[in-house]
Design a protein around this ligand. Structure first.
Ligand code: DNO
Length: 387
């Protein structure tokens, strides 16, 4: 029986976590992207080869690309979307020419993952990422000042946001703004003004329009993916709710059924992220996995603890609301049916031990992920008996 492939997200040569560190953590596969290429531009063959050579020189394999970002022009299907689709196809062909065949992407409007706090202190002194609805409402109402935002929150949230806002100083508001707008390391940050404009643009598109645009994107790249043997894996929305008035279309079981059925071809797959899905109060991660498992070509394993508002913090990998034992059992059973092992990575980790004193990428410090990977690989062996 095969094991899952153990991978690690690496942000590239200036990631404070080195490839040597990754090897010591025991991963064999690298998940990375050419973050220096602006969204929408072609990934040149030379740059891909160079990155691949660096990874291989360290004795590792470039297993998954996370992400080839989908340009906003495609998500909104602007008049120039076609040009960006062509660029995307060229990037996929270039990756395929280098033997890199699994691609993760998301279809979240404007912002990638969103958190309101990056250093929530746990009882053991480690620090976790946190999403709090009250803080998001403060951002929305008092920093972004979105028109109509007050109609999107329950009355109790509005009241608590107003009283908390009254206690915050300028620095705390600045931190909140930075946290919500924070993007992927080494990629362009989103400005408040861009966000405002996008919110208006997406208002006209709506939930159904965004779904249709995803189907348009997938249909447009289908032929290239099939010819090249590329597997596309959509990352769930994080958090799995509409936020700031933006539509979300990869949050629930129904969403994934829609996505997979509407472009029902093997290339169209899912990055199964237990943390993103687990943050949805009505989501059952195992049920979603079972519904889509044949199309799961990549997995992010992490955990969350939610409160009654639906706010959540990132818990230990084997703690929190997601039953990681049940997920690992289902994932390893599916893996046993595959010719190519499913890659997974320990997604995020607490900032802990020596990393507390270091400058780290939020969620991507070394030691917390090392702990997560160690626990997950042990869990897998314990379940499969495949020593
Ligand atoms: C955060 C990540 C996401 C993910 C993208 C995929 O830690 O899970 O940023 O990489 O959404 O496109």
């Amino acid at each position: 029986m095969k094991k899952l492939e153990q991978t690690w997200r690496w942000y590239g040569p200036n990631d404070p976590v080195s490839l040597q560190d990754v090897k010591q953590a025991g991963a064999t596969g690298i998940v990375t992207a050419l973050h220096h290429i602006p969204h929408g531009e072609v990934w040149p063959l030379e740059d891909i080869k160079e990155r691949k050579a660096i990874i291989e020189a360290a004795g590792l394999t470039w297993s998954v690309v996370e992400s080839v970002p989908v340009h906003e022009a495609i998500k909104t299907r602007r008049a120039d979307a076609g040009k960006f689709i062509e660029n995307y196809k060229t990037s996929l062909k270039n990756l395929s020419a280098c033997g890199i065949k699994t691609v993760c992407y998301n279809f979240m409007p404007v912002l990638d993952w969103t958190r309101t706090q990056l250093d929530l202190e746990m009882k053991d002194g480690s620090k976790a990422l946190y999403f709090n609805w009250i803080d998001l409402a403060i951002f929305d109402l008092y920093i972004l000042k979105r028109t109509g935002a007050d109609t999107d929150y329950p009355h109790s949230v509005l009241e608590r946001a107003a009283s908390k806002f009254a206690t915050l100083n300028q620095q705390q508001l600045t931190d909140l703004r930075i946290n919500v707008l924070m993007g992927i390391p080494n990629e362009k940050e989103i400005e408040l003004e861009t966000l405002r404009n996008s919110i208006n643009e997406y208002k006209a598109i709506g939930f159904n329009g965004l779904r249709e645009n995803l189907v348009y994107f997938l249909s447009s790249i289908a032929e290239v993916c099939t010819e090249e043997g590329i597997k596309m894996t959509i990352h769930p929305d994080d958090p799995p709710y509409p936020i700031l008035g933006l539509p979300r279309i990869a949050s629930t079981l129904d969403d994934f059924n829609y996505i997979l059925r509407n472009v029902d071809q093997p290339f169209n797959g899912v990055c199964f992220c237990t943390g993103s899905l687990g943050a949805g109060v009505d989501n059952n991660a195992l049920e979603i996995f079972n519904a889509v498992k044949e199309r799961v070509y990549f997995a992010h394993l992490r955990n969350v603890t939610k409160d009654e508002d639906g706010s959540f913090y990132e818990a230990d990998h084997l703690g929190g609301d997601v039953n990681m034992y049940a997920i690992m059992k289902a994932l390893s059973e599916e893996n046993a049916l595959r010719n190519i092992p499913i890659p997974f990575r320990p997604d995020h980790g607490h900032q802990m031990l020596d990393d507390l004193a270091k400058q780290t990428n939020p969620g991507y410090s070394a030691i917390g992920r090392l702990r997560g990977l160690a626990e997950l690989r042990g869990l897998e062996i314990g379940i499969t008996g495949n020593y």
